[in-house]
Every structure is written in structure tokens, then in C-alpha cells.
Design a protein around this ligand. Structure first.
Ligand code: ZN
Length: 150
């Protein structure tokens, strides 16, 4: 099941997001970083970003860290699992936000291709496949961001 872990959902109903008050600024930092990485590669998504809402929510389905929730008329929403977020380090947060922005803004599907070393070449790894091993760190991220924005 391709979408099991980091799910990409097409939902046409508004979901309750609860009060994420203090969370927003921290989440926005990672969205700003996405735009900065795009800028470094000669791209901009400032208009698309303006039409996205990002919230910390309780995602009940086990193993789902984030979701891109598409709306027909409402802005697209990114939901990040609050419990995961509270335990995640900086790069793990960056990974999940960039992955969901990959769905919501770049319209990317999952990509589980492995490079020569077996590591996933893409940030759009579905989080569940055995086809590649996720290694998103300071040594690998530049190449993975190049792949994301190519
Ligand atoms: Zn995904």
C-alpha cells in the first residue's frame, strides 16, 4: 500500500484542526526554508505557499506523520502529527514538512528509488517501502533537495 505511512489524501471535507496557536511560527519556519531552498534553485512558490495552511493535528492512523489535504475551494492544508512533531529533531521536521509540500505544492507522488548505496534518492520516499533506505542528513540533503526541485 503505497500511501500507508506519509499519506497523501484527497479529501473534500474540512477537517477540524484544533488550536495550534504557538505551533504556527515554528511550522512556518520550515515552510520558509522550503521557499529558500527553491530560491537557491531558481524557483519560487510564494503564491502557492500563501494558499496553504499548515497545522499540527492528532493523526489517529498509526504511522502517518503528515498529510496533504486537498480542498476544492478551500486552501490546501498540510497536517503534521503533533506527537511526532514534539519528538522530532530539526531534520526530521524539515523532512516531513518538505515531503508534504512536495505533494501539496509540487504535486509529486511517492518515489522509492534507491541510489547506488541503497539510500532513497528522494524526499518523496513513502516512509514504508523496503525499496530504499531513508537517510536524510546534512550529507545527503542537498542532493535530495536537488531531486525534489528538479
Ligand atoms: Zn507522502
Amino acid at each position: 500500500m503505497k500511501f500507508k505511512y506519509l499519506a497523501f489524501l484527497m479529501l473534500f471535507v474540512a477537517l477540524s484542526c484544533g488550536n495550534d496557536g504557538f505551533d504556527s511560527t515554528e511550522l512556518d519556519q520550515y515552510v520558509d526554508r522550503f521557499e529558500a531552498e527553491a530560491n537557491e534553485r531558481g524557483q519560487t512558490y510564494i503564491n502557492e505557499i500563501a494558499n496553504i495552511e499548515i497545522h499540527l493535528v492528532e493523526i489517529i492512523t498509526p504511522g502517518i506523520l503528515g498529510q496533504c489535504v486537498r480542498g476544492l475551494s478551500d486552501p490546501n492544508q498540510i497536517h503534521i502529527d503533533r506527537a511526532y512533531w514534539l519528538e522530532a529533531d530539526d531534520l526530521q521536521k524539515e523532512f516531513v514538512v518538505f515531503h508534504e509540500l512536495g505533494h501539496c505544492i509540487l504535486n509529486k507522488d511517492h518515489e522509492n528509488t534507491a541510489g547506488a548505496n541503497g539510500n532513497c534518492i528522494s524526499i518523496m520516499y513513502d516512509g514504508n517501502s523496503n525499496e530504499c533506505l531513508l537517510s536524510y542528513n546534512l550529507d545527503t540533503k542537498e542532493a535530495m533537495l536537488d531531486e525534489l526541485f528538479q
